[in-house]
Write a protein of this length. Structure first.
Length: 209
């Protein structure tokens, strides 16, 4: 674990050689791109930003605002794409990934539970862009959409940053308990494995008789 931490520290030192501006820009861009291209590990990068803030290398409020700004900007752009292209356009296209039935089903959900979908939007992996697009197609109120998605981002990103911040500040305590857990857990796991093996051997011998 010490080697991993040292490697991480070395990488961060190299990044900071270009100045904190580029780290802030990277946080913003990763949050922006994540909603358009989900494989981008935006949450991990947000956690890294919180850890850097806890170590005093970044400002926690700047990290929070930039991650939020990147995320909400991409979500609103996707929303306006759906709103400007219109419902008929996507229904006629009937894409395989985003079919006519998918649109009608999600549209129905939006008419009934749009606020709930948007508030929990940030907590749903992989379909955030779809939800934003359907909100636009359904011509859901842009003001309500902005407010509900903002609440979702504030809660989710706040939890990520707060957790990583606390982890770094209390790292020695957390590390101590992790090591203690390893010392206790591994003997128990080995003991259970040995018991299972002995039980299976005895059962096999009984079946042979």
């Amino acid at each position: 674990m010490e080697q991993f931490l040292q490697l991480t520290n070395d990488i961060l030192d190299q990044l900071f050689a270009y100045g904190p501006f580029w780290i802030y820009a990277f946080l913003f861009l990763s949050s922006f791109i994540e909603n358009i291209f989900p494989p981008i590990p935006g949450d991990f990068i947000t956690v890294a930003g919180g850890a850097l803030a806890a170590s005093g290398r970044l400002n926690i409020f700047a990290v929070f605002l930039l991650v939020y700004a990147g995320g909400i900007l991409s979500m609103m752009l996707i929303y306006y794409l759906g709103r400007s292209q219109g419902r008929d356009f996507f229904l006629k296209k009937n894409y395989k990934i985003f079919s006519r039935d998918d649109i009608l089903r999600l549209d129905d959900w939006f008419q009934k539970k749009g606020a709930v979908l948007l508030i929990f939007n940030r907590f749903i992996v992989g379909v955030r862009a779809v939800i934003a697009l359907v909100a636009g197609i359904s011509r859901y109120s842009p003001v309500r959409k902005f407010i509900f998605v903002s609440i979702s981002f504030w809660i989710f990103n706040g939890l990520l940053l707060f957790s990583s911040y606390l982890f770094v500040i209390n790292f020695e305590t957390v590390y101590y308990y992790l090591r203690l857990y390893e010392k206790i857990a591994w003997p128990i796991i080995i003991a259970i494995a040995v018991i299972i093996v002995i039980f299976k051997i005895r059962k096999a011998k009984l079946n042979e008789r």
